[in-house]
Design a binder for this molecule. Structure first.
Ligand code: FPP
Length: 249
């Protein structure tokens, strides 16, 4: 049982979600409130990501899948896209060493095509450096779109049927899950138990639509750069009060 002292009461965490998905939203508004350019918010968002990753790892969370860039985000101003694409490079230099020390393993899902070479290189270096770490998996969803992920899986499955690897009748939920990008994660924990979205937006925005079928959803008005260890504990405390029935009674 983990407790975090608050002024009036302790936050008690008895059930720790194994896999948490986070939609890190609100960086732009956070910067705007400080009369700074939006990219300033993305920089602060990286600090928050490091702190939350370490806090989650201390709690025993096994996987954090974080939505860093969606396939729809290309519609942003070119300068901002360029800046966001450079974040993994900066993340590798400034943050990965500390995460590596904390036994964090870095993985990536999303469409690699279209990502700049330097971005891919930084992600690959982070993956390679941390591949033997046995602690929390920090799974970046970068250039990720949930419907596109399902379309790609369907194409691969159709091809395997054409190649007579199996029949349409053999297709099960488990088989489909094996063709999704989250098949990069340990089998038991591919689906998030809890999805957190910051900044007051109440939707999933194409984030893990298949995997989120039974996830508990937690929305907070806190902007992502302000999301910290205490905010994470509050989200998990709320998760502790949910009764997950998975369709049963
Ligand atoms: C959403 O806020 C945030 C993003 C699109 C980028 C998220 C990136 C990070 C938190 C940094 C870590 C990422 C990597 C790859 C190391 P927004 O810009 O939509 O904010 P707004 O809704 O207030 O405009």
């Amino acid at each position: 049982m983990f407790t975090l002292r608050r002024k009036k009461q302790d936050i008690k965490l008895s059930k720790i979600p194994a896999h948490i998905g986070i939609i890190m939203d609100g960086n732009g508004r956070w910067a705007k409130k400080r009369m700074k350019p939006r990219v300033f918010g993305h920089k602060a968002g990286m600090d928050a990501l490091q702190d939350v990753t370490i806090a989650a790892s201390e709690l025993g969370v096994k996987i954090l899948t974080v939505y860093a860039f969606s396939t729809e985000n290309w519609a942003r101003p070119q300068e901002e896209v360029k800046f966001i694409m450079n974040l993994p490079v900066e993340f590798f230099d400034k943050y990965v060493p500390k995460l590596h020390k904390n036994n964090v393993r870095i993985l990536v899902i999303g469409d690699k095509e279209g990502l700049p070479a330097a971005t891919l290189d930084a992600l690959e270096r982070a993956r390679e450096l941390t591949k033997h770490n046995s602690g929390l998996i920090l799974n970046f969803a970068l250039n990720y779109g949930g419907r596109a992920e399902i379309v790609d899986a369907v194409k691969l499955i159709a091809q395997d049927v054409l190649d007579a690897r199996f029949n349409p009748g053999d297709i099960t939920e488990g088989l489909i899950a094996d063709y999704l990008m989250t098949s990069n994660l340990p089998y038991l924990y591919r689906d998030p138990d809890l999805i957190i979205r910051t900044s007051g937006e109440l939707r999933l925005s194409n984030f893990l639509p298949w995997q989120a079928a039974y996830s508990e959803l937690y929305f907070t008005d806190t902007l992502w750069p302000d999301f910290d260890k205490k905010a994470l504990y509050l989200a998990i405390e709320e998760f502790n009060h949910r009764h997950r029935r998975f369709g049963g009674v």
